[in-house]
Design a protein around this ligand. Structure first.
Ligand code: CS2
Ligand code: MN
Length: 356
């Protein structure tokens, strides 16, 4: 595996490339063109510019998270082919710049959903948290209003104000889309992009729905092993793979994370490894990466990745806000750096104990 950190780009991220370069063992970044809209073609010059900037800091781009998929593609409206064409052009531009990993998601309307961005834990850190009763009590607009104030001025991916302004319209557009329709539209999209992925050897790594169940009545399909297998079988190409996000699949306690990893051997192209602490089955908070701080056995997760011979990029996922850092919730420097160091430590111990 290669240890990486997510970086949103100069002007968008409080964390600098220089800081990332100083985290032991981190050699790559996972980045994006944060100010592009879903459906736009990413200009080759802009991709090259960010690639050069990252290289100038002694790092390299290990993958893109995310090239977002336009709602027309997810809904399957008549204009989807235009947006698919644009997606293909973006993939070509990435491929020509020698970028071979793209993370994306197929979640309707929102990206991840949390009900609190700054829940205080006993040690005084603040974390992202989810409680089902808040979802059941609120509509999406009031939820957006309630979490916006905790965002430290950052725009959270998937919760951009422009999208929120159109929220009613978006819900209306998705009203005819159920899980089956969403699977069909995903298949259509994947079939269209696989030729370019093969040509440039671009691994597509779908990110799971987070949480791994339906919120606000919207369909959600990338939630468990059966559905991922269905997705991989319906477009059976090694470039059609997954981002294994422990914190997202792990929201559903029926998902056995290490055994899912083993079952996905060869098709995990990217891994997000983080821990959750459950207070009940539908109330959880994003703990430190350390196993004993949360509910997951992080050793077993890393061990499963080792056992399947995982060689792709891995990154610590959301971190806690600690040491008075002010940053995008989940994406500060300090706790993610601690996460990277801890995951590197587990990995070193696993490698040495297996080779001795
Ligand atoms: C990320 C997702 O912050 C997060 O939870 O893991 O936002 C992820 O980047 C997207 O869903 C991938 O498209
Ligand atoms: Mn993730």
């Amino acid at each position: 595996m290669e240890m990486t950190l997510r970086w949103f780009g100069t002007g968008h991220d409080t964390v600098t490339l220089k800081q990332i370069r100083q985290i032991p063992g981190v050699t790559g970044v996972i980045t994006t063109l944060y100010d592009t809209e879903p459906g736009e073609v990413w200009p080759a010059e802009r991709i090259r510019a960010v690639k050069d900037e990252v290289a100038g800091a002694g790092l390299h781009i290990s993958g893109i998270e995310s090239v977002n998929v336009h709602d027309s593609i997810k809904i399957g409206t008549a204009d989807r082919d235009i947006y698919i064409e644009n997606y293909i052009k973006t993939l070509e531009n990435l491929g020509r710049e020698d970028i071979h990993l793209v993370c994306y998601n197929f979640m309707p309307v929102f990206d991840w959903t949390r009900t609190e961005l700054a829940r205080r834990r006993p040690d005084g850190s603040t974390v992202l948290a989810y409680t089902q009763k808040a979802i059941d009590a609120l509509d999406p607009e009031s939820m957006f209003a309630s979490i916006k104030n905790d965002a430290n001025g950052a725009v959270l991916p998937g919760w951009e104000p422009e999208r929120m302004a159109r929220i009613r319209e978006l819900f209306e557009m998705y009203s005819e889309v159920d899980d089956e329709k969403l699977f069909c539209n995903l298949k259509y999209f994947l079939e269209a992009i696989m030729p370019v992925c093969n040509k440039y050897d671009i691994k597509m790594a779908i990110h799971p729905d987070d949480p791994a169940w339906s919120v606000f009545g919207l369909p959600r399909i990338i939630i468990n092993l059966d559905n991922i297998k269905r997705m991989m079988k319906m477009v059976d190409d090694p470039h059609n793979g997954v981002t294994f996000c422990a914190g997202s699949y792990g929201t559903n306690r029926a998902n056995d994370l290490p055994s899912m990893i083993r079952a996905l051997k060869g098709r995990i192209h990217f891994a997000h490894v983080r821990n959750l602490k459950f207070n009940s089955d539908d109330d959880f908070e994003e703990a430190a990466h350390l196993s004993s701080d949360g509910s997951f056995d992080m050793y077993e997760i890393m061990r499963a990745l080792y056992d399947i011979g995982f060689t792709g990029p891995i990154r610590p996922d959301h971190g806690r806000m600690i040491w008075d850092e002010v940053a995008m919730p989940g994406y500060g420097l300090y706790d993610r750096a601690l996460g990277a160091a801890y995951l590197n430590g587990l990995w070193e111990a696993i490698c040495k104990s297996q080779n001795s």
